[in-house]
Design a protein around this ligand. Structure first.
Ligand code: GAR
Length: 196
């Protein structure tokens, strides 16, 4: 059985979707939900599901990412994860941290990478006049929102869409895509998953 740690910063809806999927004959189980924000709503949702949680507040560390990560890594290593899923984790990780977990850290990003790495993806897609948007799960490498693509799901951009309405449509697909990719990845298969 593969052990999965999930890193969150907020409400954790992707984390919930991942945890709900890891049941029955699934080859993985959640062993830790870890946040950089002790007030992240997702921590309570994880506790309600009986999953161990931990939080390391990034704020006391200021701009010292390495010092923050030196603390973040402690509960993570204790959980002995085989796979780490970033699910709405909004801190940029240093190369030192990422390389430590090379080949076993995944991220979900709310755009069709390589389009729109970084923030405000939905506003940027609408402003560009794009007719479709979506989400991507990829392996994490030291370059932000880069790394081999493991899956994508697409949605149309509709007339009158706002960043919020588009985000909601994409988020529904994130909840389908991430569990599908995690299952395949946990089975040792890195063939990308493309959802319509
Ligand atoms: C999701 O839309 C995820 O793709 C995005 O944050 C949201 C988290 O929602 N991630 C990023 O923007 C990472 N750069 P959730 O907490 O409900 O899963």
């Amino acid at each position: 059985m593969k052990r999965v740690a999930i890193l969150i910063s907020g409400g954790g809806s992707n984390m919930v979707a991942l945890c709900r999927s890891m049941r029955g004959d699934h080859p993985a189980r959640p062993v830790l939900v870890l946040s950089n924000d002790p007030a992240a709503g997702g921590l309570n949702r994880a506790r309600e599901m009986g999953i161990p949680t931990a939080a390391i507040d990034h704020r006391p560390f200021g701009a010292d990412r390495a010092a923050f990560e030196a603390e973040l890594v402690k509960p993570l290593l204790q959980a002995e994860p085989d796979i780490i899923c970033l699910a709405g984790f909004m801190r940029v990780l240093t190369a030192g941290f990422v390389n430590r977990f090379a080949g076993r850290m995944l991220n979900i990003h709310p755009s069709l990478l390589p389009k729109y790495p970084g923030l405000h993806t939905h506003a940027r897609a609408i402003a560009a006049g794009d007719t479709e948007a979506g989400c991507t799960v990829h392996e994490v490498t030291p370059v932000l929102d880069d790394g081999p693509i493991l899956g994508q799901a697409r949605v149309p951009i509709l007339p009158g869409d706002t960043p919020d309405s588009l985000a909601a449509r994409v988020l529904e697909q994130e909840h389908r895509l991430y569990p599908a990719v995690l299952r395949r990845f946990a089975e040792g298969d890195r063939t990308p998953v493309y959802l319509a």
